[in-house]
Design a protein around this ligand. Structure first.
Ligand SMILES: C[S@@+](CC[C@H](N)C(=O)[O-])C[C@H]1O[C@@H](n2cnc3c(N)ncnc32)[C@H](O)[C@@H]1O
Length: 337
């Protein structure tokens, strides 16, 4: 989009190929954390630590529920891991490729009470009041029509049914540092996809937008990047190319943007859309703590227990100061007039 001010063309917004976030995820299915493989949970990896803590948080939130719906389930995390603690789980995702992988994993895992299917968060095909709990693991931020999705969640939940939701906290200092130092970071995935991520800030009105892009490796920009030796060594390219330079190739980039998510924003979103007992807690500190004291490797055999302990602590941590947010709430227990 461009506008003309006093004869000067000001680019308000990069003119990339805007796609929906699920389309970006569809391209990522099969690589990285979305690989068609069962997780081994490597002790020294921060991300795996986070995944284990997420499993414990969701497990404690929905334990004993009869029917659970996982919206934006991707390749089946965390549903496959908490299945034995609930009656049954249905996971839905708009990405067919994610669902295909989730189904492969289910086949290997043999959890008889789990099903995965393609479906849209904004128009759920389930009847009113048919679930005891809904889980959202990192997916809410990626939904294009959040209000509509929350309306659908309310509709399919039984009165007083639970919601458990995890999101990355934008206010967490190291997340910010990672994002802003990482402006213009390119990553080449094992499957040859080039990801590019950066944040734009506007002051009036205050807004931070996280751009998540995929660059076609056969495009001019893709070829230019692939000539760089770092890419072949599968290293991250930092600030090798300015955003301005990248924007000259905008028609070759598929992108979606996400707006600021912090404890207050996420709590308001649920409260304003008619959910009750909204509580936001935080987690994502244990790894940093052990890492800073050089204890990650020494404690690695206790990783599961430590993740479980962190999930229990989460209620006591100030969400403003944690890397990840964990929100729980309930749908109205009474029918609205
Ligand atoms: C960050 S991934 C999380 C996947 C999984 N829950 C996990 O934790 O690994 C977000 C997922 O939401 C899905 N998604 C995005 N928009 C959606 C929509 N409108 N309806 C259903 N799924 C959607 C994406 O395809 C993607 O798989």
């Amino acid at each position: 989009m461009a506008c003309l001010i006093l004869g000067v063309v000001v680019k308000e917004h990069p003119i990339y190929k805007k796609v929906e976030q699920w389309e970006i995820y569809d391209r990522l299915a099969g690589s990285g954390v979305y690989a068609d493989a069962d997780k081994e949970f490597l002790p020294a990896e921060r991300y795996d630590w986070t995944l284990l803590t997420e499993i414990e948080l969701f497990r404690s939130a929905v334990k004993g529920c009869e029917k659970v719906l996982d919206i934006g389930c991707g390749t089946g995390h965390p549903s496959l891991y908490i299945a034995k603690d609930v009656g049954s789980i249905i996971g839905i995702d708009k990405s067919e490729r994610m669902i295909k992988i989730a189904k492969n994993r289910l086949r290997r895992n043999k959890a008889g009470n789990v099903a995965f299917e393609v479906g849209k968060a904004e128009s759920l095909k389930f009847s009113d009041e048919s679930f005891d709990a809904v889980i959202l693991c990192g997916s809410l931020a990626t939904f294009s029509h959040k209000k509509k999705c929350l309306g659908e969640i309310k509709r399919v939940l039984k009165k007083g049914g639970k919601v458990a939701c995890i999101e990355e906290n934008w206010l967490y200092q190291s997340t910010r540092k990672r994002r802003f130092e990482g402006e213009g970071v390119f990553v080449l995935t094992r499957k040859g996809l080039i990801r590019y991520r950066y944040v734009r800030r506007s002051l009036h009105p205050h807004k931070e937008t996280d751009y998540r892009c995929i660059i076609d490796s056969a495009s001019i920009l893709g070829k230019k990047l692939l000539l760089n030796r770092c890419f072949f060594e599968r290293k991250t390219l930092k600030a090798e190319m300015s955003i301005e330079e990248v924007e000259q190739h905008c028609d070759e980039i598929e992108y979606d943007e996400q707006e600021n998510f912090d404890a207050e924003t996420i709590a308001c979103l649920f409260a304003e859309n008619g959910f009750e007992d909204v509580i936001v807690s935080g987690y994502g500190m244990m790894y940093d703590l052990l890492n800073s004291t050089g204890l990650v490797d020494k404690m690695s055999s206790y990783m599961k227990e430590l993740s479980r302990a962190e999930a229990i602590f989460s209620a006591l941590l100030d969400p403003q100061k944690t890397e990840m947010l964990f929100l729980t709430c309930k749908s109205n227990s009474t029918t609205s007039p």
